[in-house]
Design a protein around this ligand. Structure first.
Ligand code: FUL
Length: 640
């Protein structure tokens, strides 16, 4: 039997046979199902189609090697030597990212656009003699490449003298107005949840506490964005179009429902959403390709591998959320070569994997069909606006794809037609291989999309989607099959910066608790933990370098996860030695904001010194917790 006649036969016997009586002859198209529960706004529905886009953290922190600037940094520090917006856009495109969000202002208050609202901006930097505008350059480059553009504007501003008072809100709204009116269309506007705390605040150098929802009055700020930029989705307070996924690791809950209760954000609910809740408030999964959000040369060795990015893709996009992948430019103002290679490898693999839907020529049949316009074959047409549905009251239908021979697949993608709400509660996928049906997967939630990756490719005669539970008739817009293409390997490097020391050859000489090797394993996920230090209970570690170097400073990485019973050290006493016997003081101080920023701290000694041994002692934890935790230490030499 030829393929065509087999398909024709199947189409007449299975599909038409399942239509409701008379539907095949009916001249009128059946009514579409009624929406169920919360549904996306048109703006949110468009946003769901973006899937993955780039976050670009670039600012003063890039030049101070910090994650959170204090707000007292001189604008003169911002001086990209070779800024290239097109190269950054090309990196996003290489990774198949479909938008780009730039940090117009981070917590330190420095503005990347020439605004007259503050002196703390690019006008007072050496970049293009104060005539530069990074927001404009990025917006133009995105437009040239047909890449949607978005902006991040930190509500917390550690530079502004009036932060915490009503005058600052007027300033913030004026900033937003400039950004929403000068740079063309924006697809997303990002409000960071980090707020309050200590800062420079125009020289006051104090801690300021705010009650964020009351202080910012988010509904009015969101309304301002929507008035000026009707297509921009706002992130992430209650009332915004998009919510936070609840972690910065790139992992959405399984399931991750796009609905949430109409109450202030709760991190635990945020990760998995709440089935059937009243608000359409879908999750965005934000994560950095590097440990930090800003570029640091000593993290060149820690760029996530292409394989890791594919896992992140599966755990974010594959669970119906959008992935916001941070790709921070280096001090030149370009994406570092290592990151570029990794992004290309990742993007090539994603493109190749999803290039060809192997189910496209399958024959779709179903236990039920709603009739003309809602036939089973709608799941194969690659159109997110068309869908298969069934008569009202049918909630557990199944749909079978009779596959053309000669293909094997290991990736399955399902999509619901979201304008009718998220309708499927649970589903299973089966495959018929060598005449026997087997269940491949069973999950809760399809939503925008659900990607199921099999351990190995299978060649099935048929595959079947079984809806196991739904409150109403499902509406499925895609059932697609793919063969995954592995990314090309990109070997790790130590650092593009020769002053960054490779800790691979470092040895622990002594430590106040076992497990100190974890400090040197280049993995922020492994933690050296011990009882909190105190009187008579010192904590510390001594390391030996493989050879004597001109040591200019050290770094310390805390656990990047909030730990309930442990905290990083508040401060340090650092000493160095050439022979491991005679010790010289090197530096003493506090780690700035370590307990909240949870980012690597880089401490530069007053002057570089010849050393082969480094000893660090910690007197107390940064928060009153029973245990002390440190993820890593490192070191750097003087600039050569
Ligand atoms: C966090 C910020 O504190 C980080 O610096 C970064 O901007 C991240 C995307 O959001 O809350």
């Amino acid at each position: 039997m030829t393929d065509v006649s087999r398909r024709t036969l199947l189409a007449t016997t299975l599909v038409a046979g399942t239509l409701p009586a008379g539907a095949a002859r009916a001249a009128t198209k059946p009514r579409a199902p009624q929406p169920w529960g919360a549904v996306p706004s048109p703006r949110q529905w468009r946003w769901h189609g973006r899937e993955a886009y780039a976050f670009v953290h670039f600012s003063i922190n890039t030049y101070t090697d910090k994650e959170w600037g204090f707000g007292d940094e001189s604008p003169k520090l911002f001086n990209p030597s070779d800024f290239d917006a097109d190269q950054i856009v090309a990196a996003a495109k290489a990774a198949d990212l479909r938008g780009l969000i730039l940090t117009a202002k981070h917590h330190d208050g420095f503005c990347l656009w020439p605004t007259n609202l503050t002196e703390h901006c690019i006008r007072n930097s050496p970049y293009k003699d104060g005539k530069g505008d990074i927001v404009r350059e990025m917006a133009d480059a995105c437009r040239r490449a047909n890449l949607p553009f978005g902006l991040y504007l930190s509500p917390w501003d550690r530079n502004h003298a009036q932060y915490g008072r009503p005058e600052y809100i007027t300033y913030y709204r004026a900033q937003l107005t400039e950004l929403c009116t000068r740079y063309g269309e924006l697809f997303e506007v990002w409000f960071d949840g980090a707020n309050g705390g200590d800062g420079y605040y125009g020289g006051a150098r104090e801690a300021r506490k705010i009650d964020a929802p009351r202080y910012y009055n988010w509904p009015s700020i969101i309304a301002l964005v929507h008035k000026l930029q009707p297509n921009a989705c706002t992130f992430d307070p209650l009332g915004a179009d998009i919510r936070w996924v609840g972690n910065e690791d790139g992992v959405a809950g399984d399931p991750c429902w796009p609905t949430m209760p109409n109450k202030p954000y709760d991190q635990k609910d945020g990760n998995s959403g709440v089935r059937g809740a009243e608000l359409w408030w879908p999750a965005e999964t934000d994560v950095s390709i590097r440990p930090g959000w800003f570029y640091h040369a000593d993290e060149d060795s820690k760029v996530k591998s292409p394989e890791r990015l594919i896992r992140l893709y599966d755990e974010s996009v594959g669970r119906g959320t959008n992935l916001n992948l941070n790709i921070p430019p280096d001090r030149r103002g370009r994406i570092a070569d290592q990151d570029m290679k990794i992004l290309k490898s990742f993007g090539d693999a994603i493109r190749a994997t999803f290039a060809q839907d192997l189910a496209k020529d399958a024959v779709a049949s179903a236990s039920h069909s709603r009739g003309r316009g809602f036939e089973p074959a709608r799941v194969l047409d690659g159109d997110r606006e068309s869908y298969w549905s069934v008569p009202d009251g049918v909630t557990t239908p199944s749909l079978t794809l009779d596959l053309p021979p000669g293909h094997s697949f290991d990736v399955i993608r399902l999509r619901e037609y979201l304008p009718l709400g998220v309708r499927v509660t649970r589903f299973a996928i089966d495959a018929e291989v060598d005449g026997r049906w087997q269940t491949l997967a069973e999950h809760a939630c399809i939503s925008a999309q659900r990607i199921v990756r099999l351990e190995k490719p299978i060649a099935a005669r048929r595959v079947r989607l079984r809806i196991l539970e739904a409150p109403v008739a499902p509406a499925i817009s895609e059932f697609a099959l793919f063969r995954s293409v592995a990314p090309v390997d990109v070997p790790a490097i130590v650092s593009s910066d020769p002053t960054v020391l490779d800790t691979a050859g470092w040895k622990i000489v002594e430590a106040s608790a076992p497990g100190a090797e974890k400090l040197l394993d280049n993995d922020a996920g492994t933690i050296w933990a011990q009882p909190a230090p105190g009187a008579g209970k010192p904590a510390g570690v001594t390391v030996a370098l493989p050879e004597t170097v001109l040591l200019a400073g050290f770094s310390l990485t805390p656990s990047r996860h909030v730990m309930t019973n442990a905290a990083p050290p508040r401060g340090y006493v650092a000493e160095t030695s050439v022979d491991g016997k005679q010790w010289q003081p090197a530096a003493t101080g506090e780690f700035s904001n370590i307990a909240y920023a949870l980012s690597t701290q880089r401490i530069t000694f007053a002057a570089p010194r010849t050393a082969r041994f480094l000893r660090l002692r910690f007197a107390e934890t940064a928060l009153p917790t029973p245990r002390l935790a440190v993820a890593g230490i490192g070191g750097f030499t003087a600039t050569q």
